[in-house]
Design a binder for this molecule. Structure first.
Ligand code: SAH
Length: 351
């Protein structure tokens, strides 16, 4: 199968002209898939029937390989009291991923998954418990946004790659995904409205800075020193906080985009006054701001969230140090809104 929804406009033009078709057909197909978000060739009204048949693959031996315009299928949608919608999508091979729609005053944000499972092993996270099954394709990442757009009949204004998986561990796909998502003939989403979150693969962060995507980078720091970080995130054995801060600085210097450090507050793990001071120091060095979230308790993980007043106190103390801090609103708590929990429950129910 030719996965043409994963092709950039240039790749699609090359492919379409190789079939002996005019290049403008590539643009039309691309606009249908990425601009109008249709899920099937049938819906593309200005594409001639003969071309559709050719694309589907004829019966003769010389026929080109049939195309696939991957459409993922929602198998469960839950809406929370706060308007958050959580989607469980089935991929063509039956694998399951989650995406979340969050409604803010400034628009609709979709949280996108980048892999089925994850191999980073963070000890507080539900998505990594069974390891990595496979990478998503660009089309499978894009389709999370397209299916949700069609479902709510509203445009998505912001995208965060903070769902299941480590986007920098599926790097080439991430780059293609961003290229297609921001293309003028496609969904045409502004680079400024996209955030990619990583647990801190430093070589990739530098490569990403050089690639010039211009998106916001969030780094899951979660601890202000290596000693604590190693207890929470196995990846901390490979990359020290010093290396991460250097890479973060490189990203900032190269792109002018301020880094966000994500910090999941876990009671008696990373919420002490000493942590505040250490974290403030790291932020000052990189000009980063902090996004705090009380850790979401995941069954079998053993982390308890810092209480609300503790979270507010942590925020105030950081602010006293001159650091910019936001507290991530915990949306969709009543619908297993957090971090791979809907999928986990669904898979659990099936066994
Ligand atoms: N792999 C990427 C993105 C996926 S997770 C990363 O590590 O950044 C998106 C964010 O949710 C990360 O900051 C991750 O550490 C955090 N997260 C995962 N499980 C969590 C939990 N149980 N409670 C709070 N935050 C969690």
């Amino acid at each position: 199968m030719q996965d043409i929804k994963s092709y950039t406009i240039t790749e699609l033009s090359t492919y379409i002209t190789s079939l002996g078709e005019p290049a403008f057909r590539a643009k039309q197909l691309y606009q249908w898939m990425h601009g109008k978000c249709v899920a099937s060739l049938d819906d593309m009204t200005n594409i001639p029937k003969a071309l559709k048949e050719k694309l589907r693959g004829g019966s003769d031996a010389d026929a080109p390989e049939p195309v696939d315009i991957t459409a993922i299928i929602p198998v469960d949608i839950r809406e929370s009291r706060d308007g958050t919608r959580k989607y469980l999508f089935k991929l063509p091979d039956g694998a399951l991923i989650e995406s979340v729609l969050m409604r803010y005053k400034y628009g609709n944000t979709v949280c996108v998954s980048s892999q089925v499972g994850c191999r980073m092993g963070c000890r507080f996270c539900a998505s990594t418990m069974d390891g990595l099954t496979r990478n998503l394709t660009p089309a499978e990442m894009l389709d999370q946004i397209y299916r949700i757009t069609n479902d709510i009949k509203e445009r998505i204004s912001h995208v965060v790659v903070m769902g299941m998986g480590e986007p920098m561990d599926n790097y080439d796909t991430l780059i293609t995904f961003l290229q297609i998502l921001t293309s003028e003939e496609g969904y045409n989403l502004s680079r400024r409205s996209i955030t990619v979150s990583t647990c801190g693969l430093t070589e990739r962060i530098r490569e990403f800075a050089d690639a010039g995507t211009g998106v916001t980078l969030a780094i899951s720091l979660h601890a202000p020193n290596d000693e604590i970080r190693k207890t929470m995130m196995p990846i901390a054995e490979r990359y020290s906080i010093a290396e991460i801060t250097e890479a973060a600085k490189y990203y900032f210097d190269k792109t002018g985009r301020r880094i966000t450090y994500e910090y999941a507050l876990a009671r008696d793990v990373n919420d002490s006054d000493k942590c505040v001071l250490e974290l403030a120091d790291l932020c000052k060095r990189t000009g980063a701001h902090v996004n705090l979230i009380p850790v979401n308790p995941v069954t079998g993980r053993g982390y308890a969230p810092t209480a609300d007043d503790g979270v507010r106190a942590f925020k105030n103390k950081l602010e006293k140090q001159g650091i910019n801090v936001t507290i991530r609103r915990e949306l969709g708590q009543d619908i297993d809104g957090a971090c791979g929990q809907l999928r986990k429950r669904y898979l659990g129910d099936k066994v």
